[in-house]
Design a protein around this ligand. Structure first.
Ligand SMILES: Nc1nc2c(ncn2[C@@H]2O[C@H](COP(=O)(O)OP(=O)(O)OP(=O)(O)O)[C@@H](O)[C@H]2O)c(=O)[nH]1
Ligand SMILES: [Mg+2]
Length: 555
C-alpha cells in the first residue's frame, strides 16, 4: 500500500531520520489536510522549476557544442565561374560525393554539345532577310583581327548560303528530338507548368520539326548506315511548357530555314528546387546496373532508349561539320568563337559520344548549367585539419542580372566573399543585355560589392578568372585597347594585361571600400584547372578560416 510520503522516498533510497536534510523534509506532525494539499502543490511546482533549470543547462551545453560555421558567398556575373569554383571545393572536400555525381553530368554535357551544334547551324543558316534584322554590335576596329566571341545579335549577313547547310541540317535532325527529350528529363515533371522550368531554346517551343517524331527520323540518313528502329520517339508525347526569358529570344527562323533546330541561343538553367542530379544518376536511366567492384553505374548503353545512341550515330556528322572549311569561314565572319564559350566539347565529340562515355572530373568542371536561385553547400573540416569541427558553408548564387536581387539577404551574416570577374570577357557583351560589355558589368558589380556598408567587415577575395582564355585570346591577336581605350599603348601581352586588371580592380576597392583597413586578396585564376585552383583554394580557405575564427574568438 502506498504511503503519503512515497513520492519523496524512492524504493531503495529510504532516508534515515538521522539525516538532518531528510528530517527537514519530513512533513510536519499534525499537518492539516489543507496544509498537506498546499505542501504537495509547492513540491510539485518546485519540481517543475528544477526540470526547467535542467533543460536550460542542457540547451546551453548543446549551444556550446554546436558546430562553428564560416559562411562564404560566391559572387560575380553570369558565367564568371562561381559554380565551377564550388565544384572545385567539392572535389577537394567531398571527392566521393563529387565522383558519385559524375554520371548525372553526362546529360548536361550532351546538352552543352547539342547547344554548340545548334549555334553552328544557326550561324550557317541562310539569312535572306538578315539586313532587316537587329543592330551590328560588333566593334570594327580592324577587319583582320581574329574573331571574338559575341553573344549579341549577329552582324547583318550578306546573301550568304552555306552549300552544306541543307545536308548538315537534314543529317543532324535527330538531335532536335534528343535535345527536347533531355530537357524534358531535366525539368521537374511535377510542377514544370508553374515554376521557372528548365529552358528550351526559344525556337523549339511548340516543336513542329518534321523529324520530331520517330517516323521522319527513321528516314533521315546520318552516316548512312546502322539500324535506327530503336531510336523512335513517341510522337504522341507532348513537350513540357518552357519559360524563355525575353532577353534571350532570337529572331524568328527564316522562312527558308527547313526546321527549327538552327536557331535560338537560350541557355540551359535548372531551378535549384529540381534535384536533377539524383534523377539523372538513377531515375531516368532504365535498369541501371552497378559494377560489382566499384559500385559505379554501368550498362546504360545497353538501353536502346539511352540518348548516347542518337548522339553516337550523329557524331561523324558533327565532326564533319565542325571541320568543314565553309563552316569555319562562316563562324569567322560572324566572329563566333565557340572554343571560348561555356560547355565547349566540339573538339572531343568522338570521346563524348562514345557509347561507354563516363564524364571525367575535367568534363564536369567544364559543363555549363546556369544557376537560378541560391545553392548552399556545407563542408565539414576533416579530423586532421587544424580547423576540425568547423563547417564551411558556401553559397553559390545566380549571376544573371535578374538573379542579383537574391544576393542581398545573404550579406547579413556572411564571413567572406569570393568575387569572380572573368577578365577574358573584355570583348564580350552580356547574354541578358547585348548593349553592355561584360568587363564593364563586372567592374560595376565589383564597385557595388566593395562599397557596400553591410559588407564593410567581410573578407573579400577577388578571383580574376578565365586567365587561360585571356592568354589564348591575347595570343591570337585580340587587342585590349580596342575594347578599353584607357589601356592606351601598353603591351598587349598576358602579364601586362593581367597586371592592368589587377590594378584596376584594386583601385576600385581602395577608393570605395567603407573599411580602409580591409586587406584585399587578388588571385589570377583559371578555375577549371584543378591543380592550380587547389593551391589557391587552400590559401583562401586557411586565410578565411583563421581570420574569421580568430576575430570571432572561436579558436
Ligand atoms: N576555360 C575556362 N572556362 C571556365 C573558367 N571558369 C569557368 N569556366 C567555364 O565557364 C562556364 C561558366 O561557369 P559557371 O561556373 O557555370 O558560371 P557561373 O558564375 O556559375 O554562372 P551563373 O550560374 O550563370 O551565375 C562553365 O562552362 C565553366 O566550365 C576558366 O577559368 N577557364
Ligand atoms: Mg552558376
Amino acid at each position: 500500500m502506498a504511503t503519503q510520503n512515497d513520492h519523496l522516498s524512492p524504493p531503495g533510497r529510504r532516508r534515515s531520520i538521522s539525516d538532518p536534510l531528510a528530517a527537514a523534509l519530513q512533513p510536519p506532525e499534525n499537518e492539516s489536510p489543507e496544509q498537506r494539499a498546499q505542501r504537495l502543490k509547492d513540491e510539485e511546482e518546485a519540481k517543475k522549476r528544477s526540470q526547467k533549470i535542467d533543460q536550460m543547462l542542457q540547451e546551453g551545453e548543446r549551444q556550446r557544442r554546436k558546430r562553428k560555421v564560416v559562411k562564404v558567398l560566391l559572387l560575380g556575373q553570369s558565367e564568371s565561374g562561381k559554380s565551377t569554383t564550388l565544384k572545385q571545393f567539392q572535389l577537394l572536400h567531398a571527392p566521393q560525393a563529387f565522383h558519385a555525381e559524375r554520371i548525372a553530368w553526362r546529360f548536361v554535357i550532351y546538352l552543352n554539345l547539342l547547344r554548340s551544334v545548334r549555334r553552328i547551324l544557326d550561324a550557317i543558316a541562310p539569312e535572306p532577310d538578315a539586313h532587316l534584322n537587329g543592330l551590328d554590335e560588333i566593334d570594327d576596329y580592324d577587319e583582320n583581327e581574329p574573331p571574338a566571341i559575341i553573344i549579341g545579335p549577329s552582324r547583318p549577313a550578306s546573301a550568304y548560303s552555306n552549300p552544306h547547310f541543307e545536308s548538315f541540317h537534314r543529317r543532324l535532325a535527330p538531335l532536335v528530338d534528343l535535345e527536347a527529350r533531355l530537357i524534358q528529363q531535366l525539368s521537374d515533371p511535377e510542377d514544370n507548368d508553374e515554376k521557372e522550368a528548365t529552358r528550351l531554346p526559344p525556337s523549339w517551343e511548340g516543336n513542329t520539326h518534321p523529324y520530331a517524331n520517330g517516323a521522319a527520323y527513321n528516314n533521315a540518313s546520318a552516316s548512312g548506315s546502322g539500324s535506327l528502329s530503336h531510336f523512335n520517339g513517341d510522337s504522341s508525347r507532348t513537350l513540357p511548357r518552357i519559360n524563355i526569358p525575353s532577353g534571350v529570344r532570337s529572331s524568328p527562323a527564316s522562312p527558308t530555314t527547313p526546321s527549327t533546330i538552327a536557331s535560338g541561343s537560350g541557355e540551359l538553367a535548372v531551378p535549384t528546387s529540381v534535384n536533377w542530379r539524383k534523377r539523372f544518376a538513377l531515375g531516368k536511366i532504365q535498369s541501371p546496373l552497378k559494377s560489382e567492384h566499384s559500385g559505379e553505374l554501368q550498362g546504360w548503353w545497353e538501353d536502346p532508349d539511352d540518348p548516347v545512341h542518337v548522339l553516337n550515330w550523329c557524331a561523324p556528322v558533327i565532326i564533319e561539320m565542325w571541320r568543314d572549311s565553309a563552316v569555319k569561314q562562316r563562324l569567322h565572319e560572324k566572329r563566333l568563337r565557340l572554343e571560348e564559350s561555356s560547355g565547349f566539347y566540339l573538339d572531343e565529340v568522338e570521346r563524348i559520344a562514345a557509347k561507354m562515355y563516363f564524364p571525367t572530373d575535367e568534363d564536369v568542371l567544364k559543363a555549363r548549367l546556369k544557376t537560378t536561385g541560391v545553392v548552399e553547400h556545407t563542408f565539414t573540416m576533416g579530423k586532421n585539419s587544424e580547423f576540425r569541427g568547423v563547417d564551411w558553408k558556401i553559397y553559390d548564387v545566380g549571376g544573371a542580372r535578374h538573379q542579383r536581387n537574391a544576393w542581398a539577404p545573404y550579406f547579413d551574416d556572411v564571413n567572406a566573399i569570393i568575387f569572380l570577374a572573368p577578365i577574358s570577357a573584355f570583348d564580350q557583351v552580356l547574354a541578358e543585355d547585348p548593349r553592355i560589355n561584360r568587363l564593364e558589368d563586372s567592374l560595376h558589380l565589383w564597385n557595388n560589392v566593395v562599397s557596400n556598408a553591410l559588407l564593410a567587415n567581410v573578407n573579400i577575395i577577388l578571383f580574376l578568372n578565365k586567365c587561360d582564355l585571356l592568354k589564348a585570346k591575347l595570343e591570337s591577336g585580340v587587342r585590349l585597347v580596342h575594347h578599353m581605350p584607357g589601356y592606351r599603348d601598353r603591351p598587349n601581352d598576358y602579364d601586362s594585361v593581367s597586371t592592368y586588371f589587377r590594378h584596376k580592380f584594386g583601385a576600385v576597392h581602395q577608393s570605395n571600400s567603407p573599411n580602409r583597413s580591409r586587406e584585399l586578396f587578388i588571385h589570377l585564376t583559371s578555375v577549371t584547372d584543378t591543380r592550380r585552383t587547389r593551391v589557391i583554394i587552400y590559401n583562401v580557405r586557411d586565410m578565411i578560416l583563421s581570420g574569421n575564427l580568430r576575430s570571432s574568438a572561436l579558436m
